[in-house]
Design a protein. Structure first.
Length: 322
């Protein structure tokens, strides 16, 4: 991946993937598209569209391909694939939280708090699910007390736009997370491994858990946490190793949409496609309508693979330790 100005995390811009909807600002010149405003005095212009090629030049589809040399680019901003309202972010976050509820949960002033013995961030963090979730000192103190009682650090998940900027002060934990979504009938896969080789189980085997989190994983804790969901859950695997694994669970958003929450891990795209195909078929059989997956913004391999399968960016989220 060639670098460009937006590759610097300090710039505040997300690094785009092919298939993302982007706004590219660039210096006008002979090799760049003309300014869409038609003015003669502009030095900069911008183009909004779907990124077709992240090489040099960048190619964006806006009523046809538009090529922009990297040397002319001053910034790139990644947008959601389609326009997303705050209520839709809240809806998806509710379904995603139901897919990873931890082994214990509670509500405090609009926040859903989850605890799972410290295993995975998703199952051990608080997320502001309700409109007007508190950000005052008393609420933050209550969150800290809840986690302190369970001998856990207080980690909060902050989905973009759901809280006023600067209201929560904390130390960033890990990369920014991207929530990608797709309609189940629009997910595209070309598995070279027969889907008949994918095994589906109602609970994770020790081998599955070792493949998920390594040889030192606490099997009792991991089984309880990854097996927890407010909907049906399934564990996919290929081979005895196993060579590839996946998890799927169907939960509802606040508007009644049935979401298939996915995670897939495989060293080869063919096996990953087979696991994905098996999980999608399983989710459709259980009334799933749309799918979501959480991917680290810096994971270029997974981010590219999911987008090629038909997923698009819905919104981002970040974790903060209070």
């Amino acid at each position: 991946m060639t670098t460009h100005p937006s590759d610097d995390p300090a710039s505040g811009h997300r690094i785009p993937f092919v298939g993302d909807r982007v706004v590219i600002r660039y210096r006008l010149g002979d090799a760049t598209p003309a300014d869409w405003r038609g003015g003669s005095g502009a030095a900069l212009s911008d183009v909004t569209g779907v990124l077709l090629d992240d090489g040099d030049p960048l190619v964006v589809d806006r009523d046809g391909p538009q090529s922009i040399p990297r040397t002319a680019v001053t910034s790139i901003r990644v947008l959601s694939r389609v326009t997303v309202r705050n209520s839709q972010i809240r809806n998806l976050e509710a379904a995603a939280a139901a897919a990873w509820p931890g082994t214990e949960s509670g509500m405090i002033d609009g926040w859903l708090l989850r605890a799972g013995h410290g295993f995975t961030r998703r199952a051990n963090s608080a997320v502001p699910l309700e409109f007007g979730a508190g950000t005052d000192a008393a609420t933050m103190s209550a969150l800290r007390s809840w986690y302190a009682e369970r001998i856990l650090p207080t980690v909060v998940a902050i989905p973009e736009r759901l809280l006023p900027a600067g209201q929560i002060v904390g130390q960033p934990v890990g990369d920014e997370m991207q929530l990608l979504v797709g309609d189940l009938d629009g997910i595209r896969m070309e598995p070279t491994t027969p889907t008949e080789q994918v095994r589906l189980d109602d609970s994770p085997s020790p081998a599955w858990l070792h493949a998920y989190r390594g040889p030192d994983v606490d099997l009792s804790v991991a089984t309880a946490v990854v097996g927890a969901s407010e909907g049906p859950v399934v564990f996919a695997s290929i081979g005895d190793g196993p060579d590839a694994i996946g998890r799927g669970t169907v939960t509802e958003g606040t508007d009644g949409t049935r979401w298939l929450g996915l995670s897939v891990s495989s060293p080869t795209p063919g096996q990953a496609d087979a696991v994905m195909a098996a999980l999608v078929a399983w989710g459709v059989d259980r009334g799933g309508q749309r799918a979501h997956v959480q991917v680290r913004a810096g994971n270029r391999i997974a981010g590219t693979w999911y987008r090629a399968a038909g997923f698009g960016l819905h919104h981002t989220s970040r974790y903060l330790a209070l």
